[in-house]
Design a protein around this ligand. Structure first.
Ligand code: GSH
Length: 199
C-alpha cells in the first residue's frame, strides 16, 4: 500500500491508523501546492491523502481509515454495527472531518496564502468561532468515557484527534482542560509518534 503523504496533512490520519493496525505501508512525498504526475494520477483533485493498494485507489482520509480497519481487522479499533458504542463511533468518525476539520481548510488557506490585509476577515472569524462552538460535543463525550466511543481508543479518535491537532497548529485558541488531556492521551500513543515522525 502506498500513501501519498505530506507531514501534518490529513495523510497523517492514514499513517496513524496504519501504525495502530500494524498495516504495512510505504509513503510517497506529495505536495498539494506542486502535485507531481504520479500523485495527480492517484488523485486528480490533488488533495491529500491519496492511497493506492493494488487496484484500490482512495482519497478521503476517514474512508481510507475504515478501509484499513476492515482489511486488517477484526480489531478493537473498529466498532461494529450492533455494538452499543456503534452510533457514537459512527458519529465521531464523521464529525472529526465533516464538522471539525473540513471548515478549517479556509483558515489554512487564509493563514498561509492570503495577503496580509486579508488575513483577518469575517469568514475566517466565523469558522474559528464555529469550531469552538462544536467542541462541547467532544467535551460531553469525554464525560461519558475516555474516548469518543467509550473507554477504548478507536479509529473515531484518530478522526477527531487530527482535527484537534490541526486547530492547535492554526493557533485557534485554548480548549477546555478535558479536551487538552484527551489530545495529550492521543498524541502520546506510540503509533501516533511513529506516524508524525514520517517526513
Ligand atoms: N475530506 C478530505 C479533505 C482533504 C483535504 O482537504 N486535504 C488537504 C490537506 S490536509 C488538501 O489537500 N488541501 C489542499 C486543497 O484543498 O487544495 C479528507 O479527509 O481526506
Amino acid at each position: 500500500m502506498k500513501i501519498f503523504h505530506a507531514p501534518r496533512s490529513r495523510s497523517l490520519r492514514v499513517l496513524w491508523a496504519a501504525e495502530e493496525l500494524g498495516a504495512p505501508y510505504e509513503t510517497a512525498a506529495a505536495s498539494f501546492a506542486r502535485p507531481d504526475p504520479e500523485f495527480l494520477e492517484a488523485n486528480p483533485a490533488g488533495t491529500l491523502p491519496a492511497m493506492v493498494d493494488g487496484d484500490v485507489v482512495m482519497t478521503e482520509s476517514v474512508a481510507i481509515m475504515q478501509y484499513l480497519g476492515a482489511k486488517h481487522g477484526p480489531t478493537p479499533l473498529v466498532v461494529e454495527p450492533g455494538d452499543p458504542r456503534y452510533p457514537d463511533y459512527l458519529q465521531f468518525m464523521m464529525f472529526g472531518e465533516a464538522s471539525l476539520a473540513a471548515p478549517l481548510n479556509a483558515v489554512v488557506g487564509t493563514k498561509f496564502m492570503a495577503p496580509e490585509d486579508q488575513k483577518d476577515n469575517f469568514t475566517v472569524n466565523i469558522i474559528k468561532r464555529s469550531f469552538h462552538r462544536r467542541l462541547p460535543l467532544v467535551e460531553r463525550q469525554l464525560k461519558r468515557g475516555d474516548y469518543m466511543a467509550g473507554n477504548e481508543f478507536t479509529l473515531a479518535d484518530i478522526s477527531v484527534g487530527y482535527a484537534l491537532g490541526l486547530a492547535d497548529m492554526l493557533e485557534l485558541g485554548d480548549v477546555a482542560e478535558p479536551i487538552k488531556a484527551y489530545a495529550q492521551r492521543l498524541t502520546s500513543r506510540p503509533a501516533y509518534q511513529r506516524a508524525v515522525a514520517v517526513a
